[in-house]
Design a protein around this ligand. Sequence first.
Ligand code: GLP
Length: 261
Amino acid sequence: MEIVITSDPESAAVIAADAIERLLKIEPNPVLGLATGSSPLPIYHELIRRYQRGIISFAHARAFLLDEYVGLEPGHPEAYKSFIQREFTGQVDLPHDALDGPDGTTKGLQSAPEAYETLIREAGGIDLQLLGIGSDGHIGFNEPTSSLGSRTRLKTLTDATRRDNARFFDNDIDAVPRHVLTQGIGTILDARHLVLIATGESKAAPIALAVEGPLTAMIPASALQLHPRVTVLVDEAAASGLLNANYYREAYENKPDWQPI
Ligand code: GLP
């Protein structure tokens, strides 16, 4: 696991955008895994800027969402598909039909998880998966005690997560769906490169547990310890609970030029 500590969220976003730019240039048909939430927004804004300057193109890319609420009507502004189209994919040249997310409409809910796994598999798997982290250590919507081998499936959100996400629903917790579809932890671990971004003091505790704590289903993000290629991008505030912060800084500062994240 590589832990990169940056002075501010924007510098973390530049490092993630550099990795995505490299992938877009190397892979003829790159497959991106996209996360929602506020943490990855600076990455998307940086990528939009690079697209507008003609540095990168998403014309041959595909993108898969990590998760989706169940039961919101299609096009609901807080559905994750609407969110990502508004904040990112609708502002670059990713073809409209190249973006997929789990189908969280109640029609066909039972078949949606397997259908989503099949779509990802048929696309050749995900090259680079962006991740945020919830205050309880969740990734995607895999709440604590999610099986570390889980695949895409229906989950019930904890009250804590519904409270965290109420800010997107006019602070009305009752408006936050109780159920979601999420890539499982096993699905996430299948991606070839995982890039987790966490910024701000509220992420210090879950980051410390995920990176330096024991592997446990109680902290789903600790499953990243099992993956051979993980980059954790944290600003100083989110890094403030890390015991080995100085070692991570030293390792990154002395990284060979030929070794990108
Ligand atoms: C939601 C999303 C996660 C995200 C988390 C943290 O639960 N399903 O993918 O990582 O929120 O969001 P934020 O980055 O806004 O703190």
